[in-house]
Write a protein that binds this ligand. Structure first.
Ligand SMILES: [Zn+2]
Ligand SMILES: [Zn+2]
Length: 429
């Protein structure tokens, strides 16, 4: 394997500046040796040369919301298979959620994830549970978990229904500079709902989940954060109301950030007409108006990161009726292309803005030294072909699970190379 790589004539996005520049990236011994307009390194045979004419080169992406299913559900995904899927998607750093079996609520379990993740080529950071067993009853030993390497705290998959407990968690969490990553769901409203409550749930006869399920809890947690001074991060926004509330809270000085998934940006609930259970996700894919508000939230800077919420499930758990199917879609491999297609191609967002939402934006929220291309820093880089389009095919999926909502979609922004720590870890076939 080459220890030196030169990428020539690329459209380089460094993750910091919105505007790209045309030039070369020279990688040596795992680091960015140089990044400049025209780098001349002679014609040594020991250097891998890549011509990136017409291609985009950007930092390795940082996905702050991934389910690796390991420990406990290794038939769906393991730490290794999840890392391979991430590399195929241009992701070199990720935060994995604690709803495994057992739940990541003890330091030893965080150690397991960190150890297993070490040689995968992806920097894998665990989020630890806020409540024991994600049961919403008793706070975990957050101090010990932070010491053991928790990069954030989350009960993702579940919401903490008890407002008083949530408030105590917020007050307690101020000691560590780690965000509370909140999955917001009000069970009185989500109940046994399957999809967004609206025109399509009515006409298709599928039980709906009201926007109030998200909005009530987000409103509650904004109040609690204002009162407690905690640092909160609302994950996977789905409604127009939530974007408005968070925008206002930010203006008022609440320490809040948020993200949106690529599938909530790409689809609206008209997709349900296909009865494809890959569209059964939580929170549900909502109306065209909500989708438009999410896109505007990205454009106006209310939304701080774009995530995959990669949620692997077996074919047997998805090839069933809408009511029996599990919630979730995989998304690591389509994270860039789906968001590029919907935001940059569809809505004219500057690609550099999207790059920062997928790299330096989430890295900053989590305090990671990642997500930029700078001289003297670790070389995590991705080369992307934004020229043509490609069709997402089930047989090309690298993840152990194949429940992708994007199968059959025409996307722009195929990942060609993923370089992690200066090594080519993925090369498209
Ligand atoms: Zn969630
Ligand atoms: Zn999730």
């Amino acid at each position: 394997m080459y220890s030196r790589i030169i990428i020539k004539n690329a459209n380089i996005f460094d993750g910091i500046k919105t505007k790209p520049f045309k030039g070369d990236l020279y990688i040596k011994d795992g680091m960015v040796e140089d990044i400049d307009e025209n780098i001349d390194i002679g014609d040594s045979k020991a250097i891998r040369r890549i011509d990136a004419s017409g291609m985009m080169v950007m930092p390795g992406m940082v996905d702050m919301h991934v389910h690796l299913r390991d420990p406990g559900f290794e038939e769906k995904e393991t730490i290794e298979s999840g890392a391979a899927s991430a590399l195929a998607g241009g992701i070199t750093t990720m935060l994995c959620m604690p709803n495994t079996r057992p739940v990541l609520d003890e330091p030893a379990l965080l150690q397991y994830v960190i150890e297993r993740g070490r040689n995968t080529g992806v920097r894998i950071y665990p989020a630890a549970a806020m409540t024991r067993g994600l049961e919403g009853r008793e706070m975990t030993s957050m101090g010990l978990l932070a010491e053991a390497g928790a990069a954030g705290f989350s009960d993702d998959g579940m919401a903490v229904a008890d407002a008083r407990l949530m408030f105590e968690i917020m007050r307690y969490s101020r000691q560590w500079k780690k965000p509370l990553i909140l999955h917001e769901e009000e069970y009185g409203f989500s109940r046994s709902g399957l999809v967004h409550e609206g025109r399509y749930s009515d006409s298709l006869g599928l039980e709906g989940i009201s926007r109030l399920s998200d909005d009530l809890m987000i409103g509650r947690d904004i109040m609690l954060a204002r009162e407690s001074g905690a640092r909160i991060h609302i994950t996977h926004l789905s409604t127009k109301g939530s974007v408005q509330m968070i925008k206002r809270a930010k203006d008022e000085g609440v320490d809040i950030s948020c993200d949106v998934t690529a599938h909530h940006l790409f689809f609206d609930d008209s997709c349900l007409k296909s009865f494809n259970t890959s569209f059964k996700v939580k929170p549900p894919i909502r109306s065209a108006e909500d989708r438009q508000a999410l896109i505007e939230g990205v454009i106006d800077g209310t939304i701080d990161a774009v995530i995959s919420d990669h949620a692997p499930h077996l074919d047997t758990e998805k090839n069933t009726t809408f009511s029996l199917a599990q919630f979730g879609t995989i998304g690591l491999e389509t994270l860039f292309a789906a968001s590029y297609t919907s935001l940059c191609r569809g809505k004219g967002l500057q690609p550099g803005k999207l790059v920062s939402l997928l790299t330096s934006g989430p890295a900053k929220l989590l305090g990671f030294d990642a997500g930029t291309l700078e001289k003297g820093k670790r070389a995590d880089a991705v080369m992307v072909d934004t020229g043509g389009s490609y069709k997402v095919r089930k047989e090309d999926i690298v993840s152990k699970s194949r429940n992708s909502a994007f199968i059959g979609q025409e996307l722009q922004g195929r990942i060609i190379y993923t370089i992690s720590n200066g090594k080519i870890m993925y090369e498209s076939g």
